[in-house]
Design a protein around this ligand. Structure first.
Ligand code: CO8
Length: 260
């Protein structure tokens, strides 16, 4: 696949997607969203890919939000469609069925913070700044930021961040649970690759079910989520990977998972 605004690299079982519009701090215009949607679909169906890393081109920014020059001329119907399209792409990332690591190398603002929140795990450079500054433009988040941020950090902090539009540093983001871990900027991609490598060696079907159980379970009452988990547990018991993982433990060797 050839893209104008994305770089797509493969390093064995790890795919690295780089949002590549550094002149505008990797702002997401409609074309970039469309390309991201197509890339994600392709990665979902590529069995050779077990983990995806998403990052931004350049030193300064992960993604500085939706492209404000496009937002400035939105019509009501066009704005709704664009918001729904972005939500659809981010839902696809959240439910890719393989871990997606956001390597937050700088500004993750507005739609950029929403993109990071749709990823399974977030590693941030110590220089990163995160926030939902839409209020400063007289608008609200449109890529489900109100929903994901409140689920990640709780209602009170989400209200504070979205109403104030304040940007926070990486360590504060880690403290409130918005990112999983902060690393020195120079080591961000090394750490992201290391984490991706560890995850790539894990059992792929089990990872898919864990992601599904947590994502779907959060939308269900506790009892239904627990039954859903039990059903997935029953399914996982039918896999070769389950037999390999348990046998390898008993034989005191490292398991070799095949995703079957
Ligand atoms: N959109 C378009 N262009 C941008 C964006 C953006 N989000 N962010 C930065 N740029 C451009 C600047 O205009 C500038 O372009 P130029 O060189 O032509 O003047 C270039 O990138 C570099 O930026 P700055 O000169 O501003 O760099 P600074 O280091 O001075 O500042 C900041 C960096 C603080 C990140 C600053 O650029 C900034 O505040 N950017 C906007 C951040 C923002 O408000 N993001 C939220 C956007 S709204 C959003 O994401 C809503 C999502 C849901 C949409 C729903 C669909 C309808």
């Amino acid at each position: 696949m050839v893209f104008d605004n994305l770089l797509l690299e493969r390093e064995s079982a790890v795919a690295i997607v780089t949002i590549n519009r550094p002149k505008v701090l990797n702002a997401l215009n409609a074309r970039t969203l469309d390309e991201l949607g197509r890339a994600v679909l392709d990665l979902k169906h590529d069995d050779g890919v077990r983990v995806v890393i998403v990052t931004g081109a350049g030193e300064k920014s992960f993604v500085a939000g939706a492209d404000i020059s496009e937002l400035a001329v939105q019509t009501p119907t066009g704005g709704r469609e664009l918001a729904l399209t972005g939500q659809h792409v981010l839902d696809a990332i959240e439910n890719l069925g393989k871990p997606v690591i956001a390597a937050i190398n700088g500004y993750a603002l507005g739609g950029g913070c929403e993109l990071a929140m749709a990823c399974t795990l977030r590693l941030a450079a110590d220089t990163a700044k995160l926030g939902q500054p839409e209020i400063n433009l007289g608008i609200i988040p449109g890529y489900a930021g109100t929903q994901r941020l409140s689920r990640l950090v709780g209602k009170g902090k989400a209200m504070e961040l979205i109403l104030s539009g304040a940007l926070i540093g990486a360590s504060e983001a880690e403290r409130i649970g918005l990112v999983n871990r902060v690393v020195p900027a120079a080591e961000l991609m090394t750490e992201a690759r290391k984490l991706a490598g560890q995850l790539a060696a894990s059992a792929p079907i089990a990872m898919r079910y864990i992601i599904s159980a947590i994502n779907k379970g959060l939308e269900m009452p506790f009892a239904e989520g627990s039954v859903f988990e039990a059903t997935l547990f029953g399914l996982i018991a039918s896999t070769d990977d389950m037999r390999e993982g348990t046998r390898a433990f008993l034989e005191k060797r490292k398991a070799e998972f095949k995703g079957k």
